[in-house]
Design a protein. Sequence first.
Length: 255
Amino acid sequence: MPSTDRIGTVGTVVAVLFVLSGTAIAGPAVAIDQVAILSADRAQVAAAPGETIEIDVTLQSSGGHGGEGVSAVTLIAQYNPEYVEITDIQRGPWLEGDGTEVRTVEAIAHERGTAVIEQRRVPAAGGTTGNGTIATLTVRVAEDAPAGTTAISFAESDVELTGDWPMAVVDESATVAIDGGDEPLDPFDHPDPDELDLALEPNASSPGNDSDGSDGETADSGGDAPVPGFTAEAALAAVAFTAGALWIGRDDRRR
């Protein structure tokens, strides 16, 4: 069970975010259903220099307003190429269902410490919700990597709904503990993924190669007017609550 101190710390963070955003707890909707959580199946993975490991990345989402499901996911994994390398990235079954195809393209720019896999339902139909594996990363630790910990972050990832409304994404990085080390190694200054000229290559295991989903139909949410109760402040509050829960869960797993 989480300690009182940890619950108090998370509560303080959430309270500060509420004050900064001016969001009241009461309201028509808090948009907690419009949060997607990306995390590794294990918060920390032990590995030796030269070893190759696999990390499953899970996605949890209840969808959005009006029963909207997830129609597309762009998973962006960023790491320090001096210590580890993502040598392969394969899609998981999360987006499957309802007789749709999952169009997948991927790219790895190792020198920039970035691996990308785009997945899209065609047709989108009602989208997908739930909790499961969205991708599996094959990670090789450098032969000369020093002892210590290095992170693989998913913070730049994007999750799309079947409608036009945005989906907030909360991520929990995977930590690779090299050679029994427990001190963080140097970070890496990643370029903005939007500025990378990555040539996304179709995954041979996925039907089709059109990553923009133009062949399929996506639901129209009915214009650009905001959903009642859904504001940037409400989304911030939802993310704050979810991040707090993740922090408590991660701490419990490591105990």
